[in-house]
Design a protein. Structure first.
Length: 509
């Protein structure tokens, strides 16, 4: 439904940007200079609802085409019919509607030879808004005609502003809904509010996103002149009057604006109460208030969904990590192993320039690398001595077992977990198991987990072996460069050795 509405609202792609001044442009197209002079005289003091007219002259249809193609938008065109050709004006009208796709400008046809251009046919076939004979246009009638046309244009312009505002609303809501666990949600919401208010071209203007914290206002993010106000108490806003208005708006939960400032709240059942504050050099009108209220009302549901999704993702991560620890405990190993493998994998992925989303997914999936051990008997898992060839073949089955457990899931994290389970014992030279994959046939995530798993296994105490120092463990990894391990990843590991040491300081047994 939202996508359909967005398509409908964007259908009028030919509409030019709306003017933001107190003048409306009027184009006079006529090959008689006296007509231009008289028109300028009659409209000299014309004002409608604070708008004055800016008159621009074209003395032929060809000249008018150039002006229309480079200037604008125009509110009104006063158009002669017969100029360089008998139908020059009509051809220009068709050019405006069909090629420029300008359906907002009002076109008044003025002719001195009405017999050559039948009114009914012209109004129907050329999308002309009014038809006047020059002889009948007294000053009073002309003023009335222009007034009616300007009124209609402003009405259309208001509708167009609403349409553009709704497009920004839909885009903003969609963008907020796309927020993931890696996003700075508060900044993203503030970005979209500014976009809704069409303020992206004015980075100097002040705006704030504020959260209610234990009944007090806490500034989450600031922009423009308030860019230094981030993660601080509302009391640091150097304007007691505005701070008081913000507190009142948070308390009442209603939009408040006083001309140059606008404040609106949006509530989240899980996230608390938020407030967007914006200020502007020009006065806010009803349209701005309507758009920001509309955004606030729609973002509530989106915000709750995002926060709920984050909670679900956090719970999912916790369950996966716990499951990985249970498997490690079953095989007589410590739960810190899966934590360190996750941290090491994330470090290597970051240095490999993997995207933040993929790094996070790898970090979440890595604890599952040995989940297949659930299908291996304790007799083999906890055997203190070396495994017999037969026992080793059974142990190798855990890669396929883990894959079979996870492969049917539609969740990205479990799908990746299945791949890691299956491939993290494959070797770069093709001599690993269970498929004998080699090189880049092995997924990058599995190649990363392979190094992280082996490094930490060497560093850790096991029922069948003692732990060895990190330097010795990394030397063994180096010996496997190009045979067991991806040589590029081995080089990356050694290049960030200090970061590896920090991981071991943070996650000691």
């Amino acid at each position: 439904m939202t996508d359909d509405l967005r398509i409908i609202l964007r259908n009028n792609e030919g509409t030019k940007a709306l003017p933001d001044s107190s003048h409306l442009k009027v184009l006079i197209v006529d090959d008689e200079p006296t007509v231009h002079d008289i028109t300028a005289l009659v409209l000299k003091n014309f004002v409608y609802h604070g708008y004055k007219l800016k008159l621009i002259s074209a003395y032929s249809a060809a000249e008018a085409r150039e002006i229309l193609s480079s200037d604008g938008p125009f509110a009104l065109i006063l158009l002669d019919v017969i100029m360089e050709t008998d139908d020059a004006g009509l051809t220009l009208a068709r050019f405006i509607r069909e090629e420029l796709k300008d359906f907002m400008v009002r076109i008044i046809l003025r002719t001195g030879q009405p017999g050559m251009v039948p009114q009914r046919q012209v109004m129907r076939d050329y999308e002309i808004d009014d038809y006047k004979e020059k002889a009948e246009l007294t000053s009073e009638r002309f003023d009335a005609t222009v007034t009616a046309s300007i009124r209609t244009y402003l009405g259309f312009r208001k509708l167009e502003q609403s349409r553009q505002g709704l497009v920004r609303i839909l885009d903003a809501i969609r963008d907020v809904e796309k927020s993931s666990i890696e996003d700075d949600l508060s900044n993203r919401i503030l970005d979209q509010i500014e976009s809704v208010m069409d303020r992206n071209d004015h980075p100097e203007l002040g705006s704030l996103l504020i959260a209610e914290n234990e009944g007090k206002g806490h500034i989450i993010s600031g922009r423009g002149i308030h860019k230094n106000l981030t993660d601080c108490d509302l009391a640091q806003l150097n304007n007691p009057e505005i701070a008081g208005m913000i507190r009142e708006t948070l308390k009442e939960g209603k939009t408040l604006h006083d001309g140059h400032h606008i404040m609106t709240t949006f509530l989240s059942k899980k996230g608390g109460k938020f407030l967007a504050y914006l200020e502007d050099a020009k006065e806010f009108g009803d349209m701005e208030r309507y758009l920001v209220e509309l955004f606030a009302s729609h973002v509530n549901a989106s915000l709750d969904n995002i926060l709920l999704n984050r909670e679900l993702i956090s719970t999912q991560k916790e369950i996966i990590a716990t499951l990985g620890e249970v498997i490690e405990t079953k095989s007589g190993e410590t739960g810190k192993h899966v934590q360190r493998v996750g941290e090491l994998a994330k470090l290597l992925a970051e240095k490999k320039d993997m995207s933040p989303e993929k790094r996070e997914l790898l970090f979440s999936a890595s604890p599952l690398h040995d989940i297949g051990k659930v299908g291996i008997s304790d007799k083999i898992l906890k055997k203190p001595g070396k495994l017999t060839p037969e026992e080793y073949e059974i142990m190798k089955e855990h890669a396929q077992i883990g894959y079979n457990i996870l492969k049917a899931s539609k969740k990205d994290v479990l799908q990746l977990g299945a791949v890691i389970c299956l491939e993290h014992h494959e070797w770069w030279d093709g001599s690993g198991y269970p498929k004998g994959l080699s090189g880049r046939e092995i997924s990058l995530e599995a190649r990363i987990c392979s190094i992280a798993d082996v490094l930490d296994a060497l560093r850790s105490q096991r029922i069948y072996k003692d732990a060895i120092p990190l330097d010795d463990a990394m030397e063994i990894i180096q010996q496997g460069r190009g045979t067991q391990f991806d040589p590029e990843l081995v080089d990356i590991l050694f290049a960030c050795k200090e970061d590896v040491k920090e991981i071991y300081r943070s996650f000691e047994n």
